[in-house]
Each structure stands twice: as C-alpha cells, then as structure tokens.
Design a protein around this ligand. Structure first.
Ligand code: GLN
Ligand code: ZN
Length: 765
C-alpha cells in the first residue's frame, strides 16, 4: 500500500483566525489564554480536516504563533539575554524576539524596550523566518513547554496519530547567525552543544508515542560548504536509536544532488525530496537508499495553486515504485502547504473556468490521497478523468494566450532596456532640477493603513459608497500624508498608497492576464498575510494604474512627489506564477506593462519614480550556476525595460528589503537612487560591501516591522556608523521599508527623529 502524507498545513485558519486573535492579543483586547485556546482550536481543526481527507501521515508541530524556526529557538533556549531580563511570559518573549517590544512602565511592571531579531526570507519563498541568533553565552537546553510534545499529545487525545515536524540541527544552525557580541562565532561550531538537546526532544517524543519524526534539512538544497556537509553523518548517527522515533530526513525547494554524498549513508528511516522542482533527481537519490529506507515523493506542489496533473504525477510515482517498491513509497506534497492558500471552496467570485484549474491546501490533501490510492491500485478513475478535463481546459484556453503581447515581447532589445545616459550625466541634470539638500530624506512609500482606510475600501468594494465618494476619501488621506511630510520636513514626498490593498495585488487587479482571489491568504511573516494574485495568461496593461493618485498628490505640494510602482520581478515573485511559461517571459511582459506606466507618470509631471523590487533577492536560484546567472540577467533586464524609457532628469528610485543583497545585483538595475533595508544588519562587513556602490543609496535607518521608536540620538549614531564607510554625498536618509503596518503615532515620532538626525548631519557637513 502506498501511503499519503503532507509536510505541513497552513496555520492561519480559513478565515485568518490566527491573525485576528494574535493582533487582538497585541492590542490587549484578549488574554494570553484566549490566544492559546484559539491556537489549539486551529490545530484541532486542521488535523481533523486531514484525517477526514484520508491523509495517512499527518504532521504536528507545523503550527506556530509566529514562526516555526523562532519556536525552536525558544524551545532550545536560544534567547539572547536582552529578551530574558524583563520576566515576560513565554508567549511574550516569542513575540518580542519576532517583532520587538516597547512598553511603558506601569506600577507593577518595568518598562520594556527591545528590538526584534533579524527576519529573512525562507529560502526562495515569500515566507520569512526569524534567524536563530547565537552568542558565546548561548546555553542550549529544553525550556518551557515542550511544544512538539504538547502538540503531539493534543492530536493524540483527538484520536489522531501525527508525525511531528522539526527543523534539523544542521539547518537550524546554518540558517542562524552570530549575535553582535559574538561576531567571531560560527553557528555550525555549536553542533555538539545542540545535539544533546535534539536527543532529549526526540526521546520525549518517543515517550509520548511518536514513532516517526519529519526532520527538515532544507539547507541541503543550497551550495553547502564541504565542512558543513561533513557534519551530517555524525550528527544523524547521534539522533538515531531505539530511544528515538524514526527520522524522515526532509528536503524541499531544490536539488540535493550536489550534497548527496553528505546524506548517502545516514541511518535515517527514509528521505523526502522535492520532485516538483527537480524531477531529474530521482535516479540519483534512489541510488543512496538502503533497502529498508522509504522514499517520500514530493509531487503535489506546495508552492503554487495549480491543480496537479494527475497523469504526469502518477507516471512519476510509478517510476519511483518501479525502483523501490510499493511499500517504501509515500506520496507527498513537495514542501509544507504553508505557502498555499487554505481552501478554494471559499472563492465565490473566481471565474469558474479558472477556478477549475486551481487547487489550494485543502484540495491538495485530496490530491495526495488520490495519487496514493491510484498507486496502490485502487479505482480512482473518476477523479483522474475529471482532472484530465481540467488540465486540458487550461492548456487549450484563450485566457492564457495574447498574441499582441507575444509580438511586443519580441521587440525587446538592449537599447530598449538602457537609460539614455550613464548615471553621472543623469545625476548632474537631476541635481540641478531637484536641488535637494545633503542627506535628502524620504520614505519608502506607504503610510499607516488605518482602520478607516480598510473600512472605506471595503465599502467601496461592496458598492456601499460611490467611486466619487471613495476618490474623495482617498484624496483626503493623501492630503493628510502630504501635509504631515511637509510639516516634519521630508524632502521627497510620497502619496502614502492609501488606495492600495497590497503592493502587488493592486497592480495584478489592474493588469490583464491576472486572476485574483477573495480569500487566498498566505502567511508572509508573523501576522502579516498576503493574497497573491495568480498569473494565468500573457500580461498587459489596459490603462494607467497609478497616475491619478500621484498627480493629485503632486498638485497639492511644491516638493517633489515620488511616483510608486511595484517592479516586474516583485509582481511575479509575489504572485503565483504560471507554470506553463518561463519566469523570464512573465517578468519581461510585466516590464513592458510597467514601462508604459512609468512613461505615463513622467508625461503627467511625476518625474521621481520609485519602482520597488523587494523580491529580487528571493528569486535568486538557490544554487550558483547557469540558472542563477540567467536569472540575474533577466531580472535586471525586466527592471530596466520598465524604467529606461525616461529622460535623464527623471529620477528612478528602487527599493529592496527582507534579505541580504549582493550590491552587484543591484548595480545592474542602474536606478539613480536605491533604498535598502538595513536597520537590523549588525555586521560591519555588510556595510562595507556597499561602500563602492556607484549610484545614490539610502540605507534603511529604522525597523518598520517593530512598533518601537528610535530616538534622534540613535539615528545619529547609526548614520555615523554608516558614514565611516559610506560617502556623505551619496547618502539618503529613509526608513527600512513602507510604514503601512505602523500606527500614526509611532510614524510621526520616528520620522521626526529621523529628519532631526538628517539636519544634524547637514549642519556638520
Ligand atoms: N512602496 C512599498 C511600501 O512602502 C514598498 C513595500 C515593500 O518593499 N515591501 O509599502
Ligand atoms: Zn520594503
């Protein structure tokens, strides 16, 4: 019998229950007990759903109130001292590490002021994890409630036997970093210290009744240094034994072949591989299996919304069975389903033709079950026939193909994607035109998305207010944002993006070739979820998308108003892409659509234009090689297609966040000014890397993910540090990212301090 499994289920709830309760807790509206009870309810719901769908191997400990990697740090006592000194409840330590905490003193409690740990992209996905942060004084031990054990027992009580998921020791360490007091520390050197804690955890899981654990080692799809590869054998020998559950070593998002040697003799009970991404690795990975090791075949896509092609997937599973036999094959999702929306059934407005092409997390449960049944020889012919009909409908649909777009794509040349003059010449005319002071100040685009804004947007969507009334409302919001920026003394203004629900969705909704969902939320980080549009066909822009708001904003101020667009790569990365044409084709189509928008803005008098590309780094193929260099070329080219149709005096900005960037990748975009997330980068080498960046740059000065407000002195100290390696003449002053998730009070104070700091330096230079 071939079994079915999934590697993890979305934790957010079908109606974003987790977000609602978490944010209510942060606002002090519900108690910690309420929050914990809701978590328990969500877990129970998800387990039952999987059980009812007939999934054989159901995961536990895939739930988290913030992030599963952060959970492990808490469990292992990898908690920097700055979070422990306040005597916070464990759940508050978790949130303080995840998002920072600033709390005034009360009669009974001391004031709290602590920044968040660094948060970065989870491989090439749009999920973010909180980096384990180690120091010489880190003392590994199991602390607090043993979450994986508690949740295993919780499921057991419901009559559901689960397979706990934990991140394996090498990935856990490798994905972490040294704290600022211990920069000489190589996290991997801590392996011997962390292994006993894994042993204790595994022993406790066994004791609780777990017979198998899914141990994730996703770093095996990276270019792992030899020295790290060499650690696997001994590490896993230490974790296998009669006192521990069996281990299924799990990898996803890529190709393990270059690291195969590292895992080829591991004493684990089985392996999981991602065959959606890399079907070609089948023969090689099978070659390392010993005769009693199982093979979990990740063939249902955990990262996208397209229906699995059953005919193709079944063929693949059959091939695997031929090689290792029915009893050792498990049909699974390629990765956790965390990256897919919860349930297609809640999509009431989607074109039924397109809806029939999709499969969300709940539907993917059925997919693994059907594929496993089929492989076991059960009769699922009806499901196979229905699937074949959907696949055919999509392949043959006119929704996917637009000949005009394809013709225009063929006209892209090198000169179409190159500015009229090199940067120094552009800089000269721009200096004259804008006459900005040294240390020019700006923001990244969005201002607080208040409840009022959301309420009005919903009313408009439901037809409860007219387009005219909505526009008046938006204009009033824009005016508030503009007046505030003038008051505080910012130099290059923004309109605040009140009309945008999301920086990608807003464009997706206006472009042809996209479909969008009403409830297709996916966790991005913490309580932030996104609702990615889906690229279903060739992309084009029927009409201007942002000109009206920018022009209005410019009309009410004399300061330069920065137009604000989302770049082609980010539009693509933060959508669910097509799987029937390449990423390059989709990005270049988006580049052309945005080119028209950039030119319309310029023609309407908006001549400072920011094209955000925060996702450019996450799209980087995980391994060095041809695929990566090709990506770097087409990603940069699609940005330049969008931005190089303008005059030399038009100032193109771009913005990047969430990841460690390579300055060379950014250079290739040739933007006049770039702003990058920087406030949580403690490593002086990282600043150094940017020291010879040729164009102008704003290194983000404060963390917009955190409610805490830096003082003017803190801003000054930070700028001073950066000025040690970075020339004042090229220096812009700005936050890390947009301010949409913050409240007005915080924003006002932070920006006031930031502008004061800029003035301080203007007086000095
Ligand atoms: N302009 C966007 C904003 O300010 C940029 C957001 C982002 O980079 N994630 O919200
Ligand atoms: Zn950003």
């Amino acid at each position: 019998m071939v079994q079915s499994s999934i590697l993890g289920f979305p934790r957010i709830g079908g109606q974003r229950e987790l977000k609602k309760i978490t944010e209510s807790y942060w606002q002090g509206k519900v108690s910690a007990d309420d929050l914990l009870a809701k978590g328990k309810e969500l877990r129970a719901h998800n387990w039952k759903l999987q059980k009812e769908a007939g999934v054989d191997i159901i995961p536990s400990n895939d739930f988290s109130f913030y992030d599963q990697v952060l959970d492990l740090s808490l469990l292992f006592n990898v908690i920097p001292d700055r979070y422990t000194k306040y005597d916070l409840a464990p759940i508050d330590v978790l949130f303080a590490m995840g998002r920072g905490l600033q709390r005034k003193a009360t009669e009974t409690t001391a004031a709290v002021d602590v920044t968040a740990l660094e948060m970065v992209k989870w491989f090439d996905s749009n999920y973010h994890y909180v980096r384990p942060t180690f120091s010489h004084s880190t003392e590994f031990k199991l602390t607090g409630e043993i979450k994986p054990v508690v949740e295993f027992k919780e499921a057991k009580e419901l009559g559901i036997h689960t397979r706990p998921v934990i991140v394996g020791p090498i990935s856990y360490l490798y994905l972490g970093k040294a704290d600022k007091d211990s920069l000489d520390l190589d996290p991997i050197s801590l392996l011997d210290k962390v292994l006993p804690v894994y042993q204790q955890l595994l022993a406790q899981l066994k004791e609780a009744g777990a017979d198998q654990v899914q141990i994730d080692e996703p770093v095996l799809v990276l270019d792992l240094p030899e020295a790290v590869q060499a650690k696997y054998q001994a590490a896993y020998e230490a974790l296998v034994g009669d006192n521990y559950p069996e281990l299924i070593l799990t990898t996803y998002f890529g190709d393990v072949r270059p690291n195969l040697k590292a895992i080829s003799k591991l004493p684990v009970s089985g392996f999981h591989f991602d065959f959606v991404r890399v079907p070609e690795q089948l023969d090689d990975v099978v070659s390392i299996l010993s005769s009693n090791q199982s093979l979990s075949v990740g063939i249902v896509d955990g990262r996208n919304v397209w229906k699995t092609n059953f005919a193709k997937a079944s063929d693949f599973v059959s091939k695997a069975i031929e090689k290792v036999g029915k009893d050792r094959v498990v049909v699974s999702t390629s990765s956790s389903l965390l990256h897919t929306p919860v349930d297609l059934v809640s999509e009431k407005k989607l074109d039924p033709v397109i809806k029939d092409w999709f499969s969300f997390a709940t539907q993917k449960l059925d997919e693994v079950v059907i594929l496993a049944k089929n492989a076991s020889g059960e009769d699922v012919s009806e499901a196979l026939a229905a699937n074949a009909a959907s696949i055919k409908s999509r392949t043959e649909s006119s929704i996917t193909t637009n000949p005009k777009v394809q013709e225009r794509l063929a006209t892209i040349t090198e000169s179409l994607s190159t500015r009229k003059a090199p940067f120094p010449e552009r800089l000269a005319v721009q200096k004259e035109k804008y006459n900005l002071p040294l240390f020019p100040t700006t923001t990244i685009g969005s201002f607080p998305q208040t409840k009022d804004i959301r309420v009005n947007r919903n009313k408009f969507a439901k037809g409860e207010i007219t387009a005219q009334e909505y526009e008046t409302f938006i204009n009033k919001e824009i005016e508030t944002v503009v007046r505030f920026q003038e008051e505080v003394g910012l130099d290059v203004l923004v309109h605040g993006e009140p009309e945008r629900n999301d920086m990608v969705q807003y464009f997706g909704e206006q472009l042809d070739g996209f479909a969008f969902t009403t409830n297709g939320w996916v966790q991005s980080y913490g309580s932030r979820y996104v609702r990615p549009p889906v690229v279903v066909g060739d992309v084009s822009r029927p009409k201007a998308m942002t000109v009206k708001e920018s022009v209005y904003a410019q009309s009410i101020t004399k300061s330069p108003m920065k137009g604000m667009l989302t770049g082609p790569v980010t539009c693509l990365r933060w959508s669910f892409p097509r799987d029937d044409v390449s990423g390059k084709v989709q990005a270049l189509q988006l580049g052309l659509a945005l080119r028209d928008e950039v030119q319309d803005l310029e023609a309407a008098g908006i001549t400072v234009i920011q094209v955000d590309e925060p996702a450019i780094r996450e799209g980087l193929p995980l391994r060095a090689g041809k695929e990566r260099s090709d990506y770097l070329n087409w990603a940069a080219q699609s940005f330049r297609v969008a931005t190089s149709g303008v005059d030399n005096s038009t100032q193109i900005h771009s913005h990047f966040c969430y990841s460690d960037l390579d300055p060379n990748h950014i250079k290739a975009l040739d933007a006049d000014v770039v702003s990058i997330e920087f406030s949580k980068k403690d490593d002086p080498n990282y600043i150094q890397e940017f020291s010879n960046y040729p164009n102008h740059i704003g290194l983000g000065l404060f963390d917009i993910h955190s409610p805490r407000i830096p003082s003017t002195a803190e801003f000054i100290a930070r700028v001073e540090e950066i000025l040690k390696v970075y020339p004042a003449a090229n220096f812009w002053v700005n936050p890390d990212c947009g301010l949409k998730t913050r409240g007005w009070a915080e924003v006002k104070e932070s920006l006031t301090h930031m502008v004061e700091a800029a003035k301080h330096f203007r007086a000095k230079y």
